[in-house]
Write a new protein. Sequence first.
Length: 160
Amino acid sequence: MSFTLRPIGTVIGGRDDLEDDFWGDSRATIVLNPDIVPAGATAGLDTFSHIEVVFLFHLIEDPTQVTQARHPRNNEAWPKIGGLAQRNKARVNRIGVSRCQIGTVTDTTIDVYGLDAINGTPVLDIKPWMNAYKPRGTVTEPFWVSELMANYYTDTPPTS
């Protein structure tokens, strides 16, 4: 089975590079496609603090890496794991998911903070973040995740 998705919008602004870390001070605008998103679709979205953005990793040319076990970020200090045990951008369907803070909302735009998608990224869907959807039970993760994520949502380091 296969199907076609139509982007409901595009990420404008923020970053232009695919660097893994320093998304904390990322600011961008999701510009909605008025041919797909009807007027009024954002009504009430401004009463939420965060959204989940589903998007396409549109610049990834070879998404087959997901089938291969590898060291996350090629760091040999971390164990070799399969692609479905990682959140990297080289995925079979090239779909990314990010939770970010909402700024200003209009009928056709959503300003966001901390969205880890680059300028020009096609947005496939947007959902409000609701506490009821947070994981139930105890959340566990391997040791290397905290090391990998240490700088992910920190601000961009100063240039020298």
